[in-house]
Structures are given as structure tokens and as C-alpha cells.
Design a protein around this ligand. Structure first.
Ligand code: HEM
Length: 356
């Protein structure tokens, strides 16, 4: 920006203070610095989702008679439509993966501890929103796979005690998965979720800027050596390089493995064999399948869903459940729980793929 313009803005909006802030911001340097990139990668992929989503919206038409046809039009007739759709789908999956990696890295480095409790809580909320983004987006092409996976997915709401039936009807807009469900999922996917996500993301990033990056345990001792890097331009330029690499990966996946459309959903046909949800829901799907029909006086599925709810609650409350949080202590048992959760997720996801 030339000097005159800078002065004009600065007199009115004090942008010098922003520059000062950016100059002061630094990123700690240590053996685990690489994990700091994953929050940024998730952020970058969110940008890709918004942009490609807007392009898709130019041609997508929700509705039982139009949804599948409009997606078919996008991938066969619209110039580069197939690429935009494929990038949107691949990037959505990579975004979930990168958010999960980011969360585990925050967990293992204990970065959620005081004063970053609310960065953790807003993060967990965003992960839930992200999964809802995935679940609602999956149905939009109205193909066979999505239709039956949504039927199975929404059906598990039935197992929630007291409010199960109401939740199911609320999600489906009736007793079955119909055009009303599609309309709801569409509204959720393109308007409610983006707005809520953007607000929570804004708060999350505000907290991160305010508090700066945490140092992992054991790295807080000051031995006089320089152990940080300026955010602008050093770390930010590295961020940009990582984003370019990630974007190339997304593009290669989108080009060499274009996202399939399959066949149009026929609500009156029997469910085809091997219907499965997206990979990030597979561990839940597989866990519920392993449960017996009844556990004591309760339905097996209900016990599973309740257990999952409790685990979710424990994850949100983690900064307050971690009793060593106020001290510089590692607590090995918490590491062991983290490894167990990670292995459970990985093993049950793989089982979900290989078992029928
Ligand atoms: C879903 C979208 C998310 C986006 C776009 C996002 C973005 C970011 C960014 C850019 C940073 C700063 C760089 C970094 O530490 O990697 C950050 C830090 C942080 N995030 Fe997230 N995040 C997301 C999800 C999550 C989740 C799921 C959690 C945990 C449950 C979480 C917890 C945190 C915490 C505690 C920090 C501070 C880390 C530190 O100071 O070392 N975030 N996030």
C-alpha cells in the first residue's frame, strides 16, 4: 500500500496497531512445531469448501426430481463442474481428517489446559458442526448410497431415550426420508451450518490470537536461546507452502479419483447390500453392530448411543476433568486413554470397511 493511502486509512482506523500486533505475534519453536500447521490446514480447507460450495450452488437444485439430475448436469455439462464437485467432496473429507489430527495434537500436547479451555470447547463444537456438515452434504445428490445411509444414520436417533422419536421426525421432516428431509438437510448445509460454523470459528481464532500458541509441556524453561519464530512473515509463508501442498493433494485426488455419483435413489427399492456411512462415522456404525440386541433390561443400541454421548461429554469437559491441568505434569494415564481412543477409532474404522 503506498504511503498516502496507508496514512489515509491509518488516521481513520489505526491500522498501525494491527501491524504492531502482527509483528509481535510469534510461534514457539520445538520438536513438535509441525503440529501447529494442522489448525491452519483445517482453516484453509474450510475456505476451499466455501468457494467450491458457492460454485456448486449455482447449478444444484434441491428436490426429489431435481437434485440427482442437477448434480449429473454439473458433472457432465458444466465446464469443470466435475472438478469443482470432486474437489468439494475430497476437501470435505480431508478437512475432517485434518480437524481430527489437530484435535489429537492439541490433546497430546495438553494445549487445552489453562488458559485455553474455551479454545478446546469451541474446537469440539466445530468438530461436531463439521460432522453435521458431512452428514447433511452426503444426502444432497440424492443417490442410492446416500439415501439408504441417511435412512440408517437417522434411524439411530430412535435409540436416544425420551426424545428419540421426536429427534428422528425433526431430522427427517416426517417418519421417512423424503423430499422434506432433503429440503431440511439442504437448508442446514448451505445456510445454518455455515453461519454457525463461521461464528464459532471466529471466536476460536480470536482466542488463539489473544493467547498465542501454547508451548508443549517441558518446553517452557527459558535457557536463553531463541526458541520462537515471527508469525509474519516466517511462519505465515510456511503456512502458505503447506496449503499449496495440501491443495495439490486435493487436486490430484479429485482428478485421478473423481467423486462418483452412482444411481438415483429409489425409495421403493430394497436397500442394497453393504450400505455404509462416511469413514468418520464407521467406528460408531461398527461399534453399534457388535452390540447384542439387549444388554440387561435395555436395548443394545440405546446403551451404545448413551455411552457415545457420555464420551462426547467427557471430551468437551476434558480441560476440567484433567486433574493435573494446573501443573506442568504429563499424567501418563491420560496419554494411555488418548492412545486407546485413537486405536479404537482406527481399528473400528478398518473393521467397518472390511466386515460386511
Ligand atoms: C474444525 C475446524 C478448526 C479450525 C479451522 C481450527 C483452527 C485453528 C487454528 C488456525 C489454530 C492455530 C494454529 C494451531 O494450533 O494449529 C488453532 C488452535 C487451537 N485449536 Fe483449533 N481449529 C479447529 C478445530 C479444533 C478442534 C476440533 C479442537 C479441539 C477439540 C481445537 C482446539 C484448539 C486449541 C486448544 C488451540 C490452541 C493450540 C495452542 O495454543 O497450541 N480446534 N485452531
Amino acid at each position: 500500500m503506498n504511503n498516502k493511502m496507508w496514512n489515509w486509512f491509518n488516521e481513520r482506523y489505526k491500522i498501525d496497531s494491527l501491524r504492531e500486533f502482527a509483528q509481535k505475534k510469534s510461534v514457539p519453536l520445538h520438536s513438535a512445531t509441525i503440529w501447529y500447521y494442522f489448525g491452519g490446514i483445517t482453516l484453509f480447507l474450510f475456505g476451499v469448501q466455501v468457494l467450491t460450495g458457492i460454485f456448486l450452488l449455482l447449478y444444484y437444485r434441491p428436490g426429489v426430481d431435481t437434485a440427482f439430475e442437477s448434480v449429473k448436469f454439473i458433472i457432465t455439462k458444466v465446464k469443470f463442474g466435475w472438478l469443482i464437485r470432486s474437489v468439494h467432496s475430497w476437501s470435505a473429507n480431508l478437512m475432517v481428517a485434518s480437524a481430527i489430527i489437530h484435535m489429537f495434537s492439541v490433546f497430546f500436547h495438553r494445549s487445552y489446559r489453562k488458559p485455553r479451555e474455551l479454545s478446546w470447547v469451541t474446537g469440539v463444537i466445530m468438530l461436531c458442526l463439521l460432522l453435521t456438515f458431512g452428514f447433511s452434504g452426503y444426502l444432497l445428490p440424492w443417490n442410492e448410497l446416500a439415501f439408504f445411509a441417511t435412512k440408517v444414520g437417522t434411524d439411530s436417533a430412535r435409540a436416544v431415550p425420551f426424545i428419540g422419536d421426536m429427534a428422528l421426525r425433526l431430522m427427517r421432516g416426517g417418519a421417512d426420508v423424503t423430499g422434506a428431509t432433503l429440503a431440511r438437510f439442504f437448508g442446514l448445509h448451505i445456510s445454518i451450518l455455515p453461519i454457525v460454523f463461521a461464528v464459532v470459528l471466529g471466536v476460536h481464532l480470536f482466542f488463539v490470537q489473544l493467547q498465542g500458541m501454547s508451548k508443549p509441556l517441558g518446553h517452557s524453561r527459558d535457557d536463553g536461546k531463541k526458541r520462537s519464530m515471527p508469525f509474519v512473515p516466517d511462519f505465515f509463508l510456511r503456512d502458505l507452502i503447506v496449503w499449496m501442498v495440501v491443495f495439490n493433494i486435493v487436486l490430484m485426488l479429485a482428478v485421478f479419483f473423481p467423486w462418483e455419483l452412482g444411481v438415483k435413489a429409489d425409495p421403493f427399492s430394497p436397500a442394497p447390500a453393504g450400505i455404509k456411512p462416511e469413514w468418520y462415522f464407521l467406528f460408531v456404525f461398527q461399534s453399534l453392530k457388535f452390540l447384542p440386541a439387549h444388554i440387561g433390561p435395555f436395548e443394545g443400541e440405546m446403551v451404545g448411543i448413551m455411552a457415545l454421548g457420555l464420551v462426547g461429554l467427557a471430551i468437551i469437559l476434558l480441560p476440567w476433568l484433567d486433574r493435573a491441568a494446573s501443573r506442568e505434569r504429563r499424567s501418563r494415564w491420560l496419554d494411555a486413554i488418548g492412545v486407546f481412543v485413537l486405536l479404537y477409532f482406527a481399528v473400528f474404522t478398518i473393521l467397518g470397511y472390511v466386515l460386511d
